[in-house]
Design a protein around this ligand. Structure first.
Ligand SMILES: Nc1ncnc2c1ncn2[C@@H]1O[C@H](COP(=O)(O)OP(=O)(O)OP(=O)(O)O)[C@@H](O)[C@H]1O
Ligand SMILES: O=P(O)(O)OC[C@H]1O[C@H](OP(=O)(O)OP(=O)(O)O)[C@H](O)[C@@H]1O
Ligand SMILES: [Mg+2]
Length: 289
């Protein structure tokens, strides 16, 4: 049996549910129902809902074999786990920020100052690395308020859009840590349970697919070589003969290819110019190389 701990609420909940669904492991009976456990279509794979911040510990201790949570939370706990895969969502930075009218411009200017944070571990490592002595004040929320009430001179806090800093008249002067969500595993479980790597492969296939599109088009046979030049494809395009219709004797081929999502705009324009038509761009659910 494999137990996967996933966030039970907050920003990471929905995208985690969604990637498991796309990976072919839809989770039935979500955390909205206040349940602690849920099932997947694989009778061997069970879900445990937990606070994102507690997941590194659960995985380290073996309460869960696999966990999905933010790299910042994993580092903060100093959890001894295997980091298997960057899932690329839940992007956020831990930034060092000071009041916007402050003269403090860089970490070195904070010698002897007070820093409020929800991440004392990562923050103290950051200042130690720079050889700057600071006093760390641990808070458990509303960190942005602390410089304005004399509790701290600066903060290290999560920033994503930057809106919260702006509203609270703070400016970031350095990035302390960049975080995304990771799949982690218990070290012993990883050695004993092969299926953990199958789960990793399934999640990886969803990430691969997100960056690609399936392109379908009809091409006059005479344009095939030109079309092939435009299509970078994973391997060469698939080419199929289209049965001639009643109205046209022209020899038409159906061409299919997988292409990089970032290149779609350029490629489709080129294809139109060299005679491709009936072009369809389709999302892909998973790609297993
Ligand atoms: N804008 C953001 N604010 C806070 N955390 C974020 C943000 N974007 C991504 N994250 C990541 O989400 C994780 C924190 O998730 P958590 O569920 O603890 O907080 P939350 O989504 O703010 O929920 P809540 O604070 O309501 O419990 C961290 O790994 C963090 O890096
Ligand atoms: O750069 P932004 O997009 O504004 O996001 C950053 C803010 O979001 C988080 O707070 P959250 O809303 O989770 O409230 P919390 O402090 O109660 O966790 C985080 O602690 C910052 O305050
Ligand atoms: Mg929060």
């Amino acid at each position: 049996m494999i137990r996967i701990a996933i966030p039970n609420k907050g920003r990471l909940y929905e995208p985690t549910i969604s990637i498991f669904k796309d990976a072919g492991l839809p989770i039935s009976g979500g955390a909205e129902s206040r349940r602690l456990f849920a099932k997947t279509p694989d009778p061997d794979i069970h879900i445990l809902f937990a606070r994102a911040a507690d997941i590194p510990e659960y995985v380290q201790d073996g309460a869960a074999d696999v966990g999905i949570t933010g790299l910042d939370l994993i580092m903060e706990r100093g959890a001894k786990v295997e980091t298997l895969l960057d899932l690329k969502f839940g992007k956020a930075s831990l930034v060092l920020a000071v009041p916007e009218d402050s003269d403090l411009q860089k970490a070195q200017d904070l010698e002897g100052k007070k820093i409020a944070t929800e991440f004392p571990g990562i923050t103290s490592q950051y200042f130690e690395r720079l050889g700057v002595n600071v006093e760390i004040i641990k808070v458990s929320g509303a960190c942005e308020m602390t410089p304005h009430v004399g509790i701290a001179d600066a903060i290290v806090d999560i920033s994503s859009s930057g809106t919260t800093l702006l509203i609270n008249h703070l400016k970031a002067i350095d990035t302390v840590f960049s975080s995304t969500v990771y799949m982690i595993a218990n070290k012993e479980s990883l050695k004993a349970k092969d299926k953990i790597l199958d789960i990793k492969t399934a999640l990886e296939s969803v990430l691969n697919a997100k960056q690609r599109r399936y392109l379908m088009m009809n091409v006059p046979e005479a344009s095939l070589e030109a079309v092939k030049e435009v299509l970078p494809g994973m391997s060469g395009p698939t080419v199929m003969k289209v049965e001639p219709g009643k109205l046209s004797e022209e020899s038409i081929l159906a061409v299919h290819a997988v292409v990089d999502a970032d290149l779609i705009f350029t490629i489709v324009n080129k294809l139109k110019k060299i005679g491709a038509r009936d072009i369809l761009v389709v999302p892909i659910e998973r790609i297993m190389p």
